[in-house]
Write a protein that binds this ligand. Structure first.
Ligand SMILES: [Zn+2]
Length: 275
């Protein structure tokens, strides 16, 4: 760092391990961070000053890529076992089965993202299709809103949404069925995603008390019931999600950006991963 006389923190790659002066997170050597030479203090990229736009990711990218990956695998299996002629058939037939469901998932995610972009706009900060580090799972959408963080799983399922009551009246629990199939495990999956987001925010003292909500959003289903909760996860449809994202809440724009910056670093965009 010779020849630099500017005051204040500079963004650079750390030569030695350090600890963020704000959130106390351990920073490894080689990582990008801010370094204030005068006070010999490092600040992580999430706590430091804003340095540019947050990578919003690409809605539906993972689902689309997974469909493509499965197709390739099936076709190559057929080629290896039976030859090129058989591979042509495998490629043609596949399109009508699995690819369709993955594509539908991908299109559903993009559709929800586009709808909310139009209806909610920059009242929220959106992060799409994020990897959960250490797992093979991903989060469809994270919305940082005035009311806190919304973790959203989008599903384009046909059929009627039914709320089923379980347990005694003083300890009611609910299950969710769509088109006669029990989809409660999806809500449990969102709970796991919410826990991961809470873990990402935990180190930051300034994000303390930020609410993290979970929502399972069914796009093409029929609704005869109002939104309800399975555990603490909201079961709802796009218009109801829109309503919640537009609500006023305690977070300032600055606080929202701070939270979004940390989450973008904690949950990498799945689209980046494949580049
Ligand atoms: Zn920090």
């Amino acid at each position: 760092m010779t020849g630099d006389n500017s005051a204040g923190p500079r963004r650079l790659r750390l030569r030695y391990p350090a600890v963020c002066g704000t959130c106390a997170m351990e920073l490894s050597a080689g990582t990008e961070a801010f370094w204030d030479r005068a006070v010999r203090q490092a600040t992580c990229l999430a706590c430091g000053p804003e340095t540019g736009p947050i990578d919003a990711g690409t809605p539906g990218a993972s689902a689309a890529a997974e469909g493509e990956r499965r197709k390739e695998k099936r076709v190559e299996d057929a080629r290896r076992r039976y030859g090129d002629h058989a591979a042509v058939v495998a490629a043609a037939v596949f399109g009508r089965e699995t690819a369709e469901s993955w594509e539908k998932g991908s299109v559903g995610e993009s559709r929800l993202a586009a709808y909310l972009e139009r209806e909610v706009g920059d009242r929220v900060i959106a992060l799409h299709d994020r990897l959960i580090p250490g797992t093979r799972r991903n989060i469809d959408h994270i919305y940082v809103a005035r009311t806190g963080v919304w973790v959203v799983d989008a599903k384009a399922y046909k059929g009627k949404v039914v709320k089923r009551d379980l347990g005694p009246i003083w300890r009611r629990e609910h299950e969710v069925l769509v088109g006669g199939r029990n989809r409660t495990p999806l809500a449990k999956g969102v709970e796991g995603q919410v826990d991961a987001v809470i873990a990402a925010l935990r180190p930051d003292p300034e994000s303390k008390g930020t609410d993290v909500h979970g929502a399972l959003c069914f796009l093409d289903s029929e609704w005869a019931t109002s939104p309800f909760q399975v555990g603490y996860v909201w079961i709802l449809y796009p218009r109801e999600l829109r309503k919640r994202l537009r609500k006023k809440g305690p977070l300032s724009r600055e606080a929202m950006e701070r939270v979004a910056r940390r989450l973008a670093l904690s949950f990498p965009s799945a689209a980046d991963e494949r580049r």
